[in-house]
Design a protein around this ligand. Structure first.
Ligand code: S3P
Length: 181
């Protein structure tokens, strides 16, 4: 028998640079859902930038903010949430999201990730001498968590719109077509 799940939201999980925010906004538009981004929610909550939180309060405190935000998500419906790349590596966060969301993991090779985010400076975990090595290490650590998502979707050779269409197809398959307006 199929496990009964509540899919009132969609959570996009996966590594930095896999397109979660861009795809999430497109999916929200296609389904007439609201879009939220956990990094933006943390910046609103703390009135600080993610890079400042890492620099001044440390990663452990940032992870506590993530958990706080995840608890709030439980009250939402018809929402697409783009989650920070490390958020689901806490099994409690993963389990909390799974209570109300279809979990879709976007996936890319380390090389593609580097190409997409290598020139950006706002991701503190990648401000190191050898970012490709760091991406490989983090991906290897996180893979077991990412693989527990309901759907794994490569965004490497697809446009954001193509990825978004796949997400919507999976969602509609699991929840049935939206009622005609
Ligand atoms: C992080 C990913 C970032 C942000 C923070 C830490 C991570 O979010 O939460 O810099 O641990 O992978 P994006 O995945 O949206 O870039």
């Amino acid at each position: 028998m199929r496990e009964s799940r509540d899919y009132r939201n969609i959570a996009l999980v996966g590594f930095m640079g896999t397109g979660k925010s861009t795809v999430g906004q497109l999916v929200a538009g296609m389904l007439h859902f609201r879009f939220l981004d956990t990094d933006e929610m943390i910046e609103d909550l703390t009135q600080r930038r993610i890079s400042d939180i890492f620099a001044n309060e440390g990663e452990a405190q940032f992870r506590k903010y993530e958990t706080q935000i995840v608890q709030h998500l439980n009250t939402l419906e018809k929402t697409v949430v783009s989650t920070g790349g490390g958020l689901v590596t806490d099994p409690a966060n993963f389990a909390a999201l799974k209570e109300h969301s279809l979990l879709i993991c976007l996936w890319c090779s380390p090389e593609a990730i580097l190409k997409r985010v290598g020139h950006q400076t706002h991701r503190p975990l990648l401000q190191v001498e050898n970012p490709l090595e760091r991406i490989r290490e983090l991906l290897a650590q996180r893979e077991p968590f990412y693989k527990q998502a309901d759907v794994l979707l490569s965004s490497e050779f697809r446009t954001p719109r193509e990825v978004a269409s796949h997400v919507v197809q999976h969602y509609r398959f699991l929840t049935g077509p939206a009622p005609l307006e």
